[in-house]
Write a protein that binds this ligand. Structure first.
Ligand code: NAP
Length: 169
């Protein structure tokens, strides 16, 4: 599985169920990487999406609510059910897209993380795991400095050591 996130200096990712900032080139990279693939998200992240669904992708939404309806998205109610629904798909085609609670639960099953790292500390209330502090994760690639108005950010790629896409649970 892959993880994809934009995180600020403190690995903050959101506030009041919204992104901290919308950077057009970041949103474009997100679309390029995930289109045609499977995206896994929590119910709160789904509700933060402008249309409640990401087009041209298989959308899987986690919630404990048995009555939750999410249009064309597939609703799953537990990690076990998620794994059953993911069985038909190659793990390298699965992208964990957040939010914080879902990143934490699926981090150990991910082998690659695409991180847009923003050099600013926002007031956040949702966080991704800090991959720089986890010894099993290593930074393997970083873009040149990117700018959006006065923001500086980098596209980073991390790999989990000794883990490949075949790893599952
Ligand atoms: N910067 C980024 O790249 C990025 C990406 C995604 C999201 N975000 C931000 O992150 C924030 C949302 O993150 P969050 O942690 O608050 O919420 P979240 O992870 O999006 O959703 C949490 C919800 O998912 C459901 N859930 C989680 N684990 C489950 C499990 N094992 N079984 C069944 N249901 C499960 C529960 O829904 P129920 O309560 O319905 O049971 C839970 O309340 C927002 O601010 C959003 O904008 C940022």
């Amino acid at each position: 599985m892959n993880l994809i996130v934009s995180a600020d200096e403190n690995w903050g990712i959101g506030r009041n169920n919204q992104l901290l900032v919308r950077i057009p080139d970041d949103l474009r990279l997100f679309r390029e990487l995930t289109e045609g693939k499977v995206v896994v998200m929590g119910r709160k992240t789904r509700e933060s999406l402008p249309n409640g669904i990401l087009a041209n992708r298989v959308n899987l939404v986690l919630t404990h609510d048995r009555h939750y309806e999410a249009g064309n998205a597939v609703v799953v109610h537990s990690m076990d059910e998620l794994h059953r629904r993911l069985e038909p798909y190659p793990t390298d085609e699965v992208y964990v897209i957040g939010g914080g609670s879902v990143y934490s639960q699926l981090l150990d099953e991910c082998s690659t993380a695409y991180v847009t790292k923003i050099e600013f500390a926002y007031a956040a209330d949702a966080y991704a795991p800090n991959l720089d502090h986890l010894p099993e994760w290593e930074l393997i690639a970083e873009s040149e400095e990117q700018t959006y108005f006065d923001l500086i950010y980098y596209f980073r790629k991390y790999k989990a050591k000794g883990r490949n896409h075949g790893y599952n649970r």
